[in-house]
Design a protein around this ligand. Sequence first.
Ligand SMILES: Nc1ncnc2c1ncn2[C@@H]1O[C@H](COP(=O)(O)OP(=O)(O)OP(=O)(O)O)[C@@H](O)[C@H]1O
Ligand SMILES: [Mg+2]
Length: 292
Amino acid sequence: MTPDLMESGAQRTARAHGLPYPGGSTESGGRAADFGRHATPGEVDITHGRILYLEDVCVSFDGFKAINKLSLDIAPGELRCIIGPNGAGKTTMMDIITGKTRPDSGTVFFGSTIDLLRHKEAEIAQLGIGRKFQKPTVFEQLTVFENLELALKTDKGVKRSMLFKLDSAQSDRLAEIIETIHLADSVSRMAGNLSHGQKQWLEIGMLLMQDPKLLLLDEPVAGMTDEETARTAELFLTLKGKHSLMVVEHDMSFIRTISEIVTVLCDGSVLAQGTLDEVQADERVIEVYLGR
Ligand SMILES: Nc1ncnc2c1ncn2[C@@H]1O[C@H](COP(=O)(O)OP(=O)(O)OP(=O)(O)O)[C@@H](O)[C@H]1O
Ligand SMILES: [Mg+2]
């Protein structure tokens, strides 16, 4: 762990109890006290080679440790696959990263300087972390184009939304994204008439409109046809590099197509990590997951 990511026990305790953040008496003085406070979209410090960093994260639900000393990090532009048995804590990990669930302890950083545990869910989205839940959530009564346009209007009031017009850069971006998500022929179609796979791509497109640095995708190909799954793999490979991706999936052939490093979660922590071949050959992984 780098010194920049460290936090004194006093600071951690203060945060946990909602007290003023002590900074002046620490070695790094006021600098530490300011970490994460002035973060704005587009500014993620990746000089340490990590876009996401979790260390010793724990969360319990009624005494049950859903996440147990979980540590992992993701490099900028990486496409990380996460696999593991039902109940391993994969979705809960995403809940923690996106601010939906607060961990009991541990460290969660976006880049080297943004302490995600100090931000609310909406702020985390604005900082550049987009999340795709398993079920598609598009506006069925609106067209593909309108759905994408709407993705830029979040956090504007009703009046401002009605007056909102895409500028030329945003129009270009929308056109590019429609191509990327394979919906160029469906711009004017009602989202409700799209196939399940197309709805999933549209929702990914809506996330892309906000130009996220990091995309979290929970079981994105569940319920897709084989052809849709293959196209989704292509899509993710296109997004890799421009964005960092964390993809949770149970579909091993999909994982084989897209994966570089695969992290296996079990009982709320990392059981194994490596290429898919490496983790598939790991006896512990076979025991708890693949061999079932
Ligand atoms: N809000 C909650 N309250 C109580 N228990 C919870 C809560 N959220 C998750 N859990 C429990 O935490 C554990 C981890 O759940 P999680 O949904 O993160 O697993 P998962 O790895 O995503 O599983 P799956 O592959 O089935 O989606 C499970 O035992 C689940 O029942
Ligand atoms: Mg899950």
